[in-house]
Design a binder for this molecule. Sequence first.
Ligand code: VG1
Ligand code: CO
Length: 549
Amino acid sequence: MNTDTLDIKTIATTPFTDQRPGTSGLRKSVKDFQKPHYLENFVQAIFNSLEGCNGKTLILGGDGRFWNRHAVQVILKMAAANGVAKIILGQGGILSTPAASCVIRKHKADGGIILSASHNSGGPDGDFGVKFNTSNGGPAPERVTEAIFAHSKEVQSYKILALDDFNIDKLATFQVGGMTVEVIDSVADYEALVQSLFDFDQIRALVNSGKFRMCFDAMHAVTGPYGHAIFEKSLGFPAGTVRAGTPLEDFGGHHPDPNLVYAHELVEILFGKDAPDFGAASDGDGDRNMILGRNFFVTPSDSLALMTANHKLIPAYKDGITGVARSMPTSRAADRVAAKLGIKCYETPTGWKFFGNLLDADMATICGEESFGSGANHIREKDGVWSILFWLNILAARKESVSEIVTKHWQEYGRNYYSRHDYEEVDSDKAHGLMKALDAKLSSLKGKQFGGRTVDFADDFSYTDPVDQSVSSNQGIRIHFSDESRIVFRLSGTGTRGATIRLYLESLEIDAKKQSMDAQEALKELIAVADDLAQIKSLTGRDKPTVIT
Ligand code: VG1
Ligand code: CO
């Protein structure tokens, strides 16, 4: 078939004004995406920003949520009409975010489109999202997302083929006009990559000892097939180790968000009678992870610090890591490990896109965010299954329990008590008003006392990328106290309803005898100071957070 003979339609459209990508792509309600031309306009804006699609190879896949299959068909027809040379598509339109990053890099593609709203709920009344990743496999940096946004405000027409839908479920290669579509196994490339990083034999020995049980909750999201293939088939964990392993378009009606609130079924198993030794969960698109031991929750910030401290146990990192990076609100537990190792710890704004340059330049090897995300230089996205394998490898090498490992870590480095309080779906004007009022106070806070703590400094975080010198300002309000405790406020860039205020709290406890408190209890005074400073309760009318993690 030749494109000339195909029926390429040029459809007239008018721009939408709200297609600016947020922390992680364009995320909107399904209802928004179902507006006539909404998806098509944004996809055309991506293509227009590429300055010519001719000869380009792109990866395509998503987390399988409602509207995924429809969007795949639309994008295939638009890609062919726009002159894309080749699309590598995950079977059935499925690719986890980390797998998509892996496939872009392995096949040296020019980029990829990932269909996901990550941990947001799915289904006809839920959310959908479109992310564009560049040729390094990572989320498009701000200059690219801003270019896409600029195009979205100008798009007057889009190109699409008038054709019937394609079979995306069969592993096959076919032509759509001048474009080749290769439907690949969603798991194989990713599985081969993680097998090359970890000591699978050592983990298998732990499984075969019969003394170690694990429970992995895929939350009816994209990691089900990855979990079955890697944990059960390859590592030999018994069938049933993976729960909620069948991806569903609405995630069974739940939020596919691996935290103590939304993954409570797993939490109940790990904190219940006859609990397994290790529990883990991943989110909608497979880039997040939650780590649990028997009766024990590992905060994502501690998890990052622990991985950094134990990197030598992992084949891929045994010869050393160049540096570590964390998002600004993530606790400074990793900084303490980095200081001891004599490596640098970078502090970046929230969102994985800010790690890309550091990883590309080999300035950092391992990265993490407090929001249940960690990953490394093997790809350019955070990676849930990788994080879980990292933990399994540590457990297999150290032959200690999760709680023993974490407790010893605290004894050596101190414990950074940590919590995040989210106020979701707050009236947008009220939330912005709160941030503005707080911002106005910042310059006068230094030296002031709050509940026995003295403010060391307070600012609105601004980041200068050490590689390309690009500046990202207004990345969240930081209030540091002289006892190393800290309060951070920012507004979410992934929510789709109203505004979400995130309050991050952290304090340091060096005394081993005081390290076993409940985090909310340990942070009680700081929580009160935060409310005093920002007047959250009175300004939002909420008496408590929606979600505490
Ligand atoms: C949240 C998290 C952030 C993460 C982002 C995308 O963003 O806080 O750390 O990178 O989600 O993760 P925000 O702007 O809502 O705070 V995912 O797994 O939703 O792609
Ligand atoms: Co995600």
